[in-house]
Design a protein around this ligand. Sequence first.
Ligand SMILES: [Zn+2]
Length: 227
Amino acid sequence: MALLKNLLRLTAPNPGAMTGPGTNSYLVGDADTGYAVIDPGPADPQHLEKLWRAAAGDIRMIVCTHSHPDHSPGAAPLQAMCHPRPPILGLPSAPSARSHSQFVPDRALQEGERLCLAGTGADARHTLQVMHTPGHAANHLCLLLLEDGLLFSGDHILSASTTVIDPPDGDMTAYLASLDRLSAACSEHRIGFILPAHGHVIGGFADEATDGRARSASIRRRRSRWR
Ligand SMILES: [Zn+2]
């Protein structure tokens, strides 16, 4: 589904109790800049083929928000379909990750790092800023798409449900601290919409007072009460 002229969402065919309608893979970019894939999902050949075709094969990077089996296993087979091979980016799974959630990126991303897709046109630029957001998983990261005021929230913020915190890799204290940082980032970067890895787009925020920051804050209030 085309969400913007430079943003596509393709939902993997893995619906379930933990995945909702399935894992959302996002394709950021355009024909001029090439594309970044966020969360290729499970290693499902048909889904990966759809992603590859939607990008006309021009995938410049593959970013995984975290290591869980519904997010990262598609990265290696998708990479192998591309020439030249795009790097697989993210954070390596922590020692606390379960055996089905092992993940090692080609390169570990840094907090605050900006990933740029640049084309030849004057405004042909898409910049993803990395935020390490442990809580749902120790190696979880979110991405801000700066030019469009969007937040890719992975499993940290979901549209239809609250996220699972499964210790020891999951950590509620870290989760709440990450929410606070996300809330501040939503204000700073005027985030209007949040794009979760499961479910629909959150937002349509009309102004700063009711923006992504408010969503983060309301989740924080609820989660704090449950502790
Ligand atoms: Zn997850």
